[in-house]
Design a protein around this ligand. Structure first.
Ligand SMILES: CCCCCCCC/C=C\CCCCC/C=C/C(=O)SCCNC(=O)CCNC(=O)[C@H](O)C(C)(C)COP(=O)(O)OP(=O)(O)OC[C@H]1O[C@@H](n2cnc3c(N)ncnc32)[C@H](O)[C@@H]1OP(=O)(O)O
Ligand SMILES: Cc1cc2nc3c(=O)[nH]c(=O)nc-3n(C[C@H](O)[C@H](O)[C@H](O)COP(=O)(O)OP(=O)(O)OC[C@H]3O[C@@H](n4cnc5c(N)ncnc54)[C@H](O)[C@@H]3O)c2cc1C
Length: 672
């Protein structure tokens, strides 16, 4: 289905905005993409995928029934996968199947989500991270070639967070050299796995491994669940879709139960532990949590995913705000563009800055992840706890911040932001899920807190700690940092806040133990503070990383690009300093006067960024096909598009709906 879209002139307000731009947009785009060559590669891939118009829908997805929406998503997923398989992977290289460019391009096809997303997003990474070379040789080519389609089935009805509490069992039978998968209770049913309900024919299953009468904890297994020809569930498999949810409507999230279902021994993913033919269990991993590797990988990728979603929302809201005019400032003067209101700028400019902060931090995090994984491959797992702590808090804070900023973008678009055709509700509901999946916000911050408490104790006793908590060596034994309103000063204040909060947690735990509590209860009673301390640590990491990466990446930029990138980073620092004034008063020497000065400088910075606002979102270089928004397209023809989309409502297909004659008229006539 191809839809013809009229080409329109750019709205004069947007055209005027673009004339005000004082920096080189392409340079900024290159920085976001990670270099000029990366921008060129991205554009080339986007052209291949999008120029034939295969992704356009005549009827908007939201006007379809659940079944039609799923079927349309499958149709487009197949077209898209074929393009990825035949054309895009040739450019990125097979090893870069998870390239952000592929992910970004996919959004042009799916306003919601592709049922294949979890195949490429989790099933394939699990094969890569958890298989032996022999298993990889068997499964990976089939998976990349879409000969098999997989899901990642870990969460159960009864347990998501507490992985050790999963109930599905995999019991080894040495006589037949098979594992018997079983779901002993209703709560043991797998629940939530994307693509599992109707699409996948295989899945990775996490189950408690039993062999020689002993339980060895959770392990991963690859399981064929449907016949490759008929697609019928195999005997012993109960599988289906879990029902309507807030978003992810076309992801066919599924449930799965096993009735003594047998799989060959070789289907246990044995990179980190194996079961010999005779049932003997052999563990090779140097770290007990390496089977959780796929989750760490996804948590790392989610930071860049949040930047992408935020950049979409910011582009929509800022272009709309440049076109939308509302309220007279002075009698008989034209109504201003709503982007001229400082309150609107306060809602939106932080979204641009945060998209940059997350993008630059995500690249740094990705490099850290790669370096730690290279060490792990050599048998050195020393840096794993720090990576886990870092990826956990960055996943938690980036998803949570992105969610609230995207909601601000929707508020910034008034009533029209509530329209599905604006795409903001889709972006919001997609990102809302990220705060929960791959580890809930609170749970992951508590993981980081465990690491921080240990690090604080080390620093307190004068030992050196790992790089991301090195600030503790400076601040663990200091009471209050001296306030200094430079960027260095603000970054140090965030570190002082984090150190102060972690120290306070340690003291609370110790006091509670002194008053007779055991460690577990003392920890539990302190968890509200521990979550706040982990968040503070994450903010310290974010401001420091964003600043350093911005300086590094703009070293050879033109003067005006340096200025605008610098302004965004300062805005980010000031925004969060002003959000955390209570903490600053507690952990630094900041005065009321200093905070008033900071507020004034922040407001001046909003005004300084105002002329470049539209160009800054243009620099995200998001094609209209990817934005899917009646409010955010490049030409700014907002009202025409809103009307055009309204015409597509199925309720407008006939002038009088049959319900009038059936119900309303009888009611009016007193005949009901
Ligand atoms: C075109 C397409 C291109 C593809 C591109 C892809 C883009 C992708 C973007 C989006 C798609 C993604 C869609 C995803 C959909 C969702 C999927 C899912 O949600 S899958 C399920 C995820 N589930 C979870 O995350 C569960 C959360 N729970 C946990 O992680 C753990 O249970 C726990 C809370 C961490 C606790 O675990 P456990 O009880 O076993 O451990 P503890 O006893 O508490 O801790 C013991 C020590 O181990 C440390 N630990 C824990 N985890 C790890 C780890 N992963 N690595 C290293 N260390 C770990 C823990 O800190 C303890 O340490 P000590 O304190 O004792 O030293
Ligand atoms: C859209 C979507 C897609 C998903 N896709 C997949 C998938 O493909 N595969 C898969 O396996 N799973 C998937 N999941 C499941 C997801 O990983 C879990 O929902 C998530 O890990 C949270 O677990 P839970 O639902 O058990 O929440 P719970 O753990 O029950 O959390 C409920 C509340 O309890 C709190 N809580 C829980 N434990 C603690 C604790 N120790 N301390 C303090 N507070 C606590 C949490 O903070 C939360 O507020 C998906 C979920 C969603 C929403």
């Amino acid at each position: 289905m191809k839809a013809n879209r009229p080409k329109r002139d750019v709205h004069p307000d947007l055209a005027r905005e673009r004339l005000k731009c004082n920096f080189n947009i392409e340079e900024v785009t290159n920085i976001i993409d990670g270099g000029k060559d990366k921008t060129l590669e991205r554009k080339k891939i986007e052209d291949i995928a999008l120029n034939n118009g295969a992704c356009l829908d005549e009827i908007p997805d939201e006007c379809l029934s659940i079944k039609e929406r799923y079927e349309n998503a499958i149709r487009k997923s197949c077209i898209y996968s074929n393009i990825v398989r035949n054309e895009m992977l040739e450019i990125t290289g097979m090893e870069n199947f998870e390239s952000p460019v592929l992910r970004r391009t996919a959004d042009a096809f799916f306003k919601d989500i592709s049922p294949f997303m979890l195949h490429l997003g989790m099933f394939v990474p699990t094969l890569i991270g958890q298989s032996t070379p022999e298993q990889m040789a068997e499964w990976l080519p089939k998976a990349l070639d879409m000969k098999i389609i997989g899901a990642y089935a870990q969460t159960e009805l009864g347990h998501g967070t507490f992985i050790r509490g999963l109930e599905t069992t995999a019991t080894y039978d040495p006589d037949k050299e098979e594992f018997v998968l079983h779901s002993p209770t209703i709560t043991s049913y797998k629940w939530w796995a994307g693509g599992l309900g109707k699409t996948a024919n295989h899945c990775v299953v996490m189950a408690q491994l039993y062999t020689q009468g002993e339980c060895h904890g959770t392990h991963l297994f690859i399981v064929q669940i449907r016949d490759l020809d008929t697609h019928m569930p195999l005997p012993g498999i109960k599988v289906g879709e879990i029902g309507p949810r807030m978003g992810f409507s076309s992801a066919d999230n599924g449930f799965l139960g096993f009735n003594s279902f047998r799989i060959p021994r070789q289907n246990m993913l044995m990179k980190h532990a194996k079961v010999e033919k005779d049932g003997c269990y052999v563990k090779s991993a140097k770290h007990g949590k390496l089977t959780y590797g796929t989750m760490v990988f996804i948590r790392v990728t989610l930071v860049s995913e949040m930047s992408f979603n935020l950049s979409k929302a910011a582009t929509i809201a800022i272009r709309y705000s440049a076109v939308r005019r509302q309220t007279e400032l002075r009698p008989n003067e034209p109504e201003p563009q709503i982007l001229d209101y400082p309150t609107q700028q306060h809602k939106l400019f932080i979204c641009i800055a945060t998209a940059h902060a997350f993008q630059l931090t995500s690249k740094w995090l990705w490099d850290t992840f790669q370096a730690v994984m290279a060490d792990v491959r050599k048998g050195n797992v020393d840096a794993l706890p720090e990576l886990h702590a870092l990826s956990s808090c960055l996943k938690a804070v980036s998803t949570s911040d992105a969610l609230s900023h995207i909601e601000q973008c929707r508020f910034a678009c008034g009533g029209h932001g509530y329209m599905l055709s604006s795409n903001l509700p889709f972006i919001y509901s997609f990102v809302a899920a990220t705060r929960t999946y791959e580890g809930d916000y609170t749970v992951l911050l508590l993981q980081t807190a465990r690491f921080l408490v240990k690090a604080w104790e080390q620093a307190e006793s004068g030992n050196n700690v790992t790089p991301t908590v090195a600030y503790l060596n400076r601040t663990a034994n200091t009471k209050r940092v001296v306030w200094d309103n430079t960027h260095e000063g603000i970054i140090q204040s965030f570190q002082a806040i984090a150190a102060g909060k972690i120290g306070q947690c340690v003291r609370s735990i110790r006091d509670r133990i002194k008053s007779g509590m055991d460690y577990e209860d003392a920890w539990l009673m302190t968890t509200v503070q521990l979550v706040a301390a982990a968040e503070a640590h994450c903010r310290a990491v974010l401001v420091n990383t964003y600043w350093n990466e911005m300086i590094r990446l703009t070293k050879s930029s033109s003067a005006n690009v340096k200025t605008v990138m610098h302004q965004l980073a300062v805005l980010y620092l000031m925004y969060w300093a002003l959000e955390k004034t209570g903490d600053l008063l507690k952990y630094s020497s900041v005065s009321k006067q200093d905070l008033d000065d900071l507020q004034r400088r922040y407001e001046e910075l909003l005004a300084a960024l105002r002329p470049n606002a539209v160009s800054l979102v243009d620099a995200f270089d998001l094609r209209d096909e990817i934005l899917h928004s009646s409010l955010g397209s490049y030409d700014g023809c907002v009202y025409e598009r809103l009307m055009e989309e309204a015409q597509k409502s199925p309720l407008n297909a006939e002038p009088v709906n049959p319900s009038f004659h059936k119900y309303i008229k009888p009611l009016m006539q007193g005949k009901l």
